[in-house]
Design a protein around this ligand. Sequence first.
Ligand SMILES: [Fe+2]
Length: 233
Amino acid sequence: MIDMHSHCLPFVDDGADSVETSLAMLEDAKSKGADIVVATPHCVLRKQDMETFLRIRNESYNTICEIVNRDTQRYPKLLTGAEVFLGSDISEFEDLKKLCYEGTDYILLELSPVVSCSLLSEWIYNISITGLKPVIAHIDRFENYKRMKQELKGIDVVYQINAARFFGMFSGFAVKQIVEGYDKFIVSSDMHNLTTRKFNMHQAMRCAEKIVPHMCDMMFHAGAESMLFNNNF
Ligand SMILES: [Fe+2]
């Protein structure tokens, strides 16, 4: 499995609160089948300048990587990205590409819940015409996901679903509704810690095999792999 959305770096955002927690989260993910984990700390460009964010993220990443790279049996491969908040038109920022998944043009966007779907789609379109490929973070958490998907028709986007969406009494119905009529989905953990929001993609995959068996490979591996090679899927 490839996890494209996680908050496993220490001292960067509301994710791992120590180096020990960070390493334990990564070890846990590996033991449950994650081959690659991408660290995607929260990035709010209007609150923090991009260079500061990148410096802090990279320092944290380098600290963890030094340990993780020494033991590939115990830890997954760790890559960098960012979860970029979309609360305004950020297409005007130069070097937005620096916030993409490393080595790619894919950028993970967290949609503001208080902005209209039409305005969000306009901003996403503006990002797409700069040559970047928008990935919509946890579309399942977005109340108006149906409207959002309609607004985004014609724009090449990837939708990310949180693994936790697959659990619960109505998960089958909910997931089927979300994926209906569109074909680019990935599932990620969005893990923040070892307790309330831990790695759970292995459980989600077992549920997905029953709910959307034809999409499992794309959702848990192939889609993310294409993205990391900067290919379409
Ligand atoms: Fe997140």
